[in-house]
Design a protein around this ligand. Sequence first.
Ligand code: NAG
Ligand code: NAG
Ligand code: NAG
Ligand code: NAG
Length: 432
Amino acid sequence: MELSTTTLLLCLALALSNAAPVPGDAAVDDASLPDRCDEIGFDAITPDENGTTFFFRGSHLWKGFRGPAQLSNESFQQLDDIHNIGHVDAAFRMHNIKHEGDHDHMYFFVDDKVFRYYGHALENGYPKDIQQDFPGVPSHLDAAVECPKGECMADSVLFFKGHDVHVYDIATKTVKTKTWSHLPVCTSALRWLEHYYCFHGNNFTRFHPVLGQVSGGVYPKDARDYFMKCPNHGHGGGHTSLNCSDIKIDAITTDDAGKSYVFAGTNYMRLDTRREGLHAFPIARWWKEVTNGVDAVFSYSDNMYLIKDDQVYIYNAAAQYTLIEGYPKTLKEELGIEGHVDAAFVCPSHATVHIITGGTIRAIDLSATPRVVTQEWTLPFSHIDAALCSAEGINVFIGATYYHYESPITLATSRIAPEPQHVNTAMMGCKE
Ligand SMILES: *[C@@H]1O[C@H](CO)[C@@H](O)[C@H](O)[C@H]1NC(C)=O
Ligand SMILES: *[C@@H]1O[C@H](CO)[C@@H](O)[C@H](O)[C@H]1NC(C)=O
Ligand SMILES: *[C@@H]1O[C@H](CO)[C@@H](O)[C@H](O)[C@H]1NC(C)=O
Ligand SMILES: *[C@@H]1O[C@H](CO)[C@@H](O)[C@H](O)[C@H]1NC(C)=O
């Protein structure tokens, strides 16, 4: 199953609560500014070092997925008429963790020149001729996009010109040219949440960064339904900058691959991809059978366990979250317990799940068959929403407050609650 056989629902909502929708981009009063909901599309799209995505057209840009246009030189000073630049041809953010001096820097391409920025400031020595930094890459590009190792063979940049794609290996500084005639000519390209998109006019097409093949749905799709909010387009989902104090999560877990998820209502959000921003999607996008939210989630040995009411769903995380045959099963059958589960967690490289139901916490050995409760304690509080165990210890969430414990045993046995802490921007991307 490909991720986007279900739609790439770019909700742009931090749907950790049901906040009211806010007006779309059409609410732009200034008619002198370009409107991203027209059919023209973009010259370049790239994230900056903080994960804010910039959409460029002519001398203007849009900062992020919402909001009106502004002059590009307000954000990137030298992108202006003085330097004879009315537009950028292509842009990308460098992925090069081996060279910190290059990593996360932004590159803009204009005719035969490259401009390099960090912290939105033009760097010394720039602009340069493109070939000084990227030997073998042609001038007058159409689009560019980063492609880290793992997604491409090596840390690379894909440069598009017509139907040719020049794959630039940043370590060896060598170029391999391919021709992908089946793809539209991309006016801009974007890597977003580990997928690759070629933008052309108001449309976009998802492609495989190595093979070029178009997969995971019917393309082209209209960018106005996904990458921005336009009148009469998209699902009309609300966008919120949710206040941190309004956060209420149902479950939180980190799997063996380091993917970190929070669940709230019928949505989930990945926390480890914050370089692309934080985005909420329906839980059923990945976990198809779970359409009505979750009570608790934990990860163990390549599997993700989702608990809702008295049902346990086990998904194989290594196989794109396919439901394991025979599931869901009842809590009683699977874990030997009953009652409403509030929270569950497994600590890294442990085989014990701790399940919190009301004021009780139970330890269950996951390596034993059948599973049995090995220990049980009474907690000093009830009404826990979610809990996460990491190498640093355990965080127990109650609304927008969380409590930190060193270990399951301190959580189970301490009679004094630790200092309450508050969910913050760094943790959940909410507004403080
Ligand atoms: C920004 O660009 C606009 C239009 O290209 C130009 O009129 C203006 O002078 C520029 N502003 C600065 C501060 O360079
Ligand atoms: C990126 O985020 C850091 C930390 O919040 C901030 O100090 C910096 O100004 C941001 N950079 C840009 C270009 O917005
Ligand atoms: C966008 O896609 C629609 C539907 O496939 C098509 O009719 C239209 O010509 C496309 N426009 C561009 C600029 O690719
Ligand atoms: C967040 O808090 C501010 C100030 O307390 C308030 O004005 C605003 O409406 C709140 N936003 C939401 C989405 O609740």
